[in-house]
Design a protein around this ligand. Sequence first.
Ligand SMILES: Cc1cc2nc3c(=O)[nH]c(=O)nc-3n(C[C@H](O)[C@H](O)[C@H](O)COP(=O)(O)OP(=O)(O)OC[C@H]3O[C@@H](n4cnc5c(N)ncnc54)[C@H](O)[C@@H]3O)c2cc1C
Length: 434
Amino acid sequence: MVMKMKSYDIVGIGAGPANLSLAALSTKIKNISAVFIEKRDEFVWHPGMLLPDAKLQVPFLNDLVTLADPTNPYSFLNFLSANRRLYQFIAANFNPMSRAEFNQYFQWVFNQLENIKKGEEVLNVEFDGKALSISTPKDTYQTKNLVIGTGQVPYIPALFKDHIGKDVYHNSQFMHNVGDFKNKRVAIIGGGQSGAEVFQNLLLDENNLPSEISWISKRSNFSPLDDTSFTNEVFTPKFIKYFHSLDQKNKQYYIKEHMLANQGISECTAKELYQKLYELRFIKQRKENFCLLPSHKLVSITKVNAEYSIEIQDLLSGETRNTVVDKIVLCTGYSCEIPPALSELKSMLKYDNNGLMIDENYQLIWDGMDSCSIYIQNGAQHTHGVSDTTLSVAAYRSATILNHIAGSAVYPNNEDSSLIQWGWGSNIKVGAPV
Ligand SMILES: Cc1cc2nc3c(=O)[nH]c(=O)nc-3n(C[C@H](O)[C@H](O)[C@H](O)COP(=O)(O)OP(=O)(O)OC[C@H]3O[C@@H](n4cnc5c(N)ncnc54)[C@H](O)[C@@H]3O)c2cc1C
C-alpha cells in the first residue's frame, strides 16, 4: 500500500509536557500548520512515579503556556475554571499542589488539542537533502521543522545493567512494582527527589514495611531543592540567554553550582520523610532498620541465589562494607538521548566536548540545517542551563522555537527582565538599575 505523504510546517515527535506546550502555543499562529505525533493513546505523566502523595515541584503558573501567553486557553487556571473548581482551588490553598492534579491538567490539554496524533509511534526520520520525512506505522509526514519532544530516558549506571529485572529496577518502574516490599531488605540508590519519594512511599503502609532500607547517596547529605528567589532567577529567559553565551568551562561551572536548583529534595518531602522516620523510630519504637548513608556509593553487586550482596563505600574514608538486600531501586536520574527513530541522521549532528551543539533557539547544529531545522525540547541542559529539564521553561522554550520558525516575535518572551546583572552585557553602568 502506498501511503500519502502529509506536509506540515512543524512536526513534533512526542506529546509530553514539552511538546504539549508547543502544540498549545502553536494553535494561536494561524498561518503555521503543526502536528505532534504521540505513541501513547492517553496522556499519563510519568506513570511509574505518579505516587499518591507526589507534589509538583514548581508553581502552577509554570504551566504549559502562561509564561509565554497568559491569555492562552490551555492554561492551568482555565483548566480549573472549565472544570468548575477555581474557587475551591484557591480555598484549598495547596502549597505545593499535587502532581496528580497537574497530570489531570495535562490530560485535559492533551484531549482537547486537535493537532495531536495519538497512538502513533515515530519509527524513522529520513532526510532527502530538502525535507525531513517522519514515518509511523500508519503514515508518513513531511516537514522542514522537526521538534524532538521524546523526553529523557532513565539513567542506569553500568554496574547495574546486568541485574535489571523484577528486583532491580529504575524508579521510573516503581509504581508498576509497588506492593512487594513487606519484610524485604531494600537499597535505594540516589539521594534526590525520586529517592526521597520512593523511601517515603515504602513507609506509607506500616503493616507492610520493609525490614531494612538502606538509602545510599553520593551527595554529602540529603540536600534540599534550592527554591529561593535569587536561585529561581536561573529559570528566567535572561539567564538562559546569558548561560548560552558562556564558554564550555563556565557552563560546566554553573551547572555544578546550580545542581540543587532542580535536583534537590523538595522541602515538604524532606520534612515529611524525616518526621515519618522520627515517628517510627522514637514514638512507635519500630524495630525495622532504616539506614541513611550520604557520602556513600555502591561499588559492587553480586547476585547470590535470590539475594544481592552489595558493597558500599564511604566516600570520605574509602572504607567499604557489605550487606545483603532483596531489592534495589535505582533513583539514578535520567539522561538525554537522541531517539532511535533519528539514528539515520545521527552522523549528521554536530557535537563539542559538552555534547550536542544546540543554538540559542534550541536548534540542533547539523549538516542539513540550511534546508531543515531540528529543534530539541528537554535536551539542552548543557547549552541552556539546569532549568532546561523542568516545566519552568516549557512555555519560554516553546515560544522561542515558534518565534524562530515564524521568523518574528509572535511571543515577546520578556528576555530582558531580571533583577540580577548576569555578566556585563553591552551597555551596563555599575550602579545603574539592573
Ligand atoms: C517523576 C518526575 C516528576 C517530575 N516532576 C516535575 C515537577 O514537578 N516540576 C518540573 O518542573 N519538572 C518535573 N519533572 C521534569 C520534567 O518536567 C518532566 O520530565 C516532563 O515530563 C518532561 O516533559 P517531556 O515532554 O520533555 O518528556 P516526557 O514527559 O517524557 O514525554 C515524552 C513523550 O514522548 C513520547 N514519545 C517518546 N518516543 C516517541 C516516539 N518515537 N514516537 C512518538 N512518541 C514518542 C512519550 O510517549 C511521551 O509521551 C519531573 C520528572 C519526573 C521523571
